[in-house]
Design a protein around this ligand. Structure first.
Ligand code: ATP
Length: 424
């Protein structure tokens, strides 16, 4: 089936790159294909710019001269024999060699050997993710569908290749649920039973917790994370954290609250670009556990120290509430409690204090207090005779607190306040 028009759904800049890669592959007499999720999403008419390419040769050797010729940034992953090219700092294209995989034991990392396109297709998770489109000139745009993936897309079905698929790689349990909910597909009958068995057999224990969690994190990043967790809970799949972690109606409400707050933040013009919402969801999921358990989960998930620290702070909830719940808490006190917290911690506490006095304090911090800046600088104080660095820092800090409590101040008002306070 010719699918030139299928590729044409991609943006022009990407198409230009694919043409260029295809003709370079022709020169090297190498077969080269677009593959996986992007093909699935082209068939579904959904945007996806995660460009994965397989070549029937050594992907790293294929990419090196290509990168040189087009002056693109090249990153090589020798362990996985894959490479990434980044064009114009914008377009990222991942290359791998077609390969065959064998799983020596359930959940183990596969033994990888060179293979054909067919091998590469049949090593994949689901039929809908196992189609390719040729990029070579002779058959440019031809859809390669060796596993009736198109039929499964049409009938909205998620299907594994064989009954031991989830045993080989239990992360596919999470992937099946993620795609089911994202596309509103159904899981094929002959796939349902192996999935159920994989969950019941707790196959995730054969995979490193970090690797399993990487896939779970993708669920936490899905727009319909709530439905994914409902589904996962239905099949008993949430207990991989620990059997005590359950998806309760209260947690579900907290997830919904996160989404309401994100909209509110957008309305308020609060920058959310660096906010890792998945971390907040994880905090909500595990914050009802004792601190030792939270610590243990965090350790097992191989999270970065930075992320671990944020997650563990979910146990500070009571203390934060206490500090923000005092009668007549001053804006500067709120500021001092929250100023060094990450955006994720603040969002978490905002969720947890919904309907209580600290909620308003945190909202005010986000919309007002943290945007207060002094007009007075260190140099101004030096000109006024304060030369000790520590003293300058402490003075500016106190001045800032006064300004936060006062609402607004001009530079003249700041300086006269300093004089009133006997700082100068
Ligand atoms: P998304 O839209 O969420 O990025 P994707 O299918 O592109 O979905 P990736 O995790 O980027 O997801 O994987 C790219 C491709 O690699 C998949 O389409 C699938 O063919 C293959 N793949 C990924 N994970 C597995 C797995 N655990 N087992 C087998 N094949 C996999």
């Amino acid at each position: 089936m010719m699918t030139g028009s299928l590729l044409d759904r991609l943006p022009q800049e990407i198409l230009r790159l694919l043409r260029l890669i295809g003709s370079y592959a022709d020169q090297r007499r190498v077969s080269c294909y677009l593959i996986g999720g992007v093909v699935r999403d082209l068939l579904l008419g959904r945007d996806n710019l995660d460009i994965d390419i397989v070549v029937e040769s050594d992907a790293v050797e294929f990419c090196k001269p290509l990168a040189q010729r087009y002056q693109t940034a090249l990153t090589v992953y020798p362990r996985f024999k894959t490479a990434t090219l980044t064009w114009d700092h914008r377009f990222v294209v991942d290359f791998s060699s077609t390969r065959k995989e064998a799983y020596p034991t359930p959940g183990a990392l596969p033994v990888v050997v060179e293979g054909t396109l067919k091998d590469d297709i049949f090593r994949r998770d689901f039929t809908i993710n196992a189609m390719a489109i040729s990029l070579n000139q002779d058959n440019y745009g031809t859809l390669v569908d060796m596993c009736r993936g198109q039929d499964d897309i049409r009938s909205r079905t998620i299907r594994v290749f064989h009954a031991k698929s989830f045993e080989d790689d239990p992360t596919r349990i999470l992937r099946a649920i993620r795609f089911q909910e994202r596309y509103q597909f159904q899981i094929a009958e002959e796939t349902r039973e192996p999935l159920r068995q994989a969950v019941e057999g707790k196959f995730w224990q054969y995979v490193s917790a970090g690797r399993y969690f990487e896939e779970f994190k993708k669920i936490l990043k899905e727009p319909n994370v709530l439905c994914c967790l409902d589904r996962l809970q239905d099949v008993g799949g949430l207990s991989f954290f620990s059997k005590e972690i359950v998806w309760t109606p209260a947690k579900k409400d907290h997830f919904k609250r996160v989404q309401t707050i994100l909209l509110w933040m957008q309305e308020q013009g609060i920058d959310r670009t660096a906010l890792a919402v998945w971390l907040v969801y994880l905090m909500i999921l595990i914050s009802d556990q004792p601190i030792e358990k939270v610590q243990d989960i965090v350790n097992r998930l191989s999270l970065s120290r930075h992320d671990s620290r944020k997650i563990i702070s979910c146990k500070l909830e009571q203390e934060i509430v206490k500090r923000l719940d005092m009668n007549c808490v001053k804006p500067s006190q709120v500021y001092n409690v929250l100023k060094s917290m990450s955006a994720e911690e603040i969002l978490f506490f905002l969720v947890k204090t919904h309907g209580q006095p600290p909620e308003m304090c945190i909202q005010n911090f986000l919309t007002q207090y943290r945007n207060v800046h002094l007009c007075t600088r260190g140099e101004d104080l030096m000109r006024l005779g304060i030369c000790d660095g520590k003293r300058i820092g402490a003075t500016l800090q106190i001045l800032l607190e006064r300004k936060i409590d006062a609402g607004a101040m001009t530079k003249e008002q700041e300086l006269s306040l300093l004089q009133e306070m006997d700082f100068i």
